[in-house]
Design a protein around this ligand. Structure first.
Ligand SMILES: CC(C)(COP(=O)(O)OP(=O)(O)OC[C@H]1O[C@@H](n2cnc3c(N)ncnc32)[C@H](O)[C@@H]1OP(=O)(O)O)[C@@H](O)C(=O)NCCC(=O)NCCS
Length: 141
């Protein structure tokens, strides 16, 4: 997908790691953001027209029509400009085209209002991990 100021494409998992680390867990070691499952996931990157990686998201299929996205992050200097929205919309469309039934995520409670805009709803499952409160949110595709 391409517009005049950005494009989205599939990327290898290791390209997501620096942004994940810088944006989501700068207080942890760089290696700590690497997921064992990264090899089995799909990773999408949103790039500026001059090829700078501004936003990343990782998608994992769990059996019959269930998709989970993880490690969604926009470069701090580029947040609030609509890139995260574009990448999340792209991911939702991708899951629909794959005949997905449900897309879910472990949402930081600080980001729940963002996901509600996309009609994700909060489940009853909450937990605390790596210094953050989470709630599982899901979207019926
Ligand atoms: C969540 C995140 C990926 C969104 O990316 P982004 O590129 O900033 O998103 P957008 O610019 O498309 O944001 C669209 C709107 O949502 C708002 N928004 C962004 N992050 C938000 C948040 N955490 N909570 C509530 N609203 C948020 C923006 O202000 C913007 O509002 P506007 O349309 O009224 O101006 C980004 O803020 C981020 O990397 N946050 C830190 C990491 C994180 O929390 N990841 C999610 C873990 S579940």
């Amino acid at each position: 997908m391409r517009t005049s100021n950005f494009y989205i494409r599939k990327i290898p998992g290791n390209l997501t790691w620096p942004l994940r680390h810088r944006v989501m867990y700068p207080e942890l070691s760089p290696e700590s953001v690497i997921l064992e499952e990264d090899d089995r996931g799909m990773h999408f990157g949103l790039f500026s027209a001059d090829d700078r990686l501004w936003s990343v998201i990782s998608l994992f299929r769990h059996g019959d029509g269930y998709y989970q996205f993880r490690k969604f992050a926009t470069d701090t200097a580029q947040q609030g400009k609509g890139y995260g929205s574009a990448l999340l919309s792209y991911t939702i469309d991708f899951c629909r085209k794959e005949n997905g039934r449900v897309l879910w995520c472990n949402a930081r409670t600080s980001a729940t209002s963002f996901y509600k805009r996309y009609r994700f709803t909060e489940t009853d499952t909450t937990f605390f991990k790596d210094g953050h409160d989470f709630v599982i949110m899901e979207l019926e595709l």
